[in-house]
Design a protein around this ligand. Structure first.
Ligand code: SF4
Ligand code: SF4
Length: 84
């Protein structure tokens, strides 16, 4: 599937342990990435500073669901499952 541009769920729901410009220690789960703009687009897309994890994240129906709300719920659930 193609990413629903403007969704942003994968920039909010998961924890990211690698440094992000403006968030040197990464971000906790459920916290909006500082690089996510008001249109829910990544401000450092394509730049070397963007965490490798972000570049590797590919949109799939399993993770992104059919709506932005579903994506938030699915990614939050996955995050919780991998933390326990
Ligand atoms: S959760 Fe999926 S659809 Fe939403 S922004 Fe991320 S990759 Fe795109
Ligand atoms: S760096 Fe960009 S792609 Fe990665 S979580 Fe932040 S806004 Fe999303």
């Amino acid at each position: 599937m193609n990413c629903r541009l403007g969704c942003g769920a994968c920039c909010i729901a998961p924890s990211i342990t690698s440094p992000i410009p403006g968030m040197p220690h990464g971000k906790p789960a459920g916290v909006r990435c500082i690089q996510l703009n008001d249109d829910n687009l990544c401000q450092i897309f394509g730049q070397a500073e963007r965490p490798e994890l972000c570049a590797r994240f590919a949109a799939t129906e399993d993770v992104c669901g059919n709506t932005n709300e579903e994506a938030l719920w699915l990614i939050t659930s996955l995050e919780a499952a991998t933390q326990s």
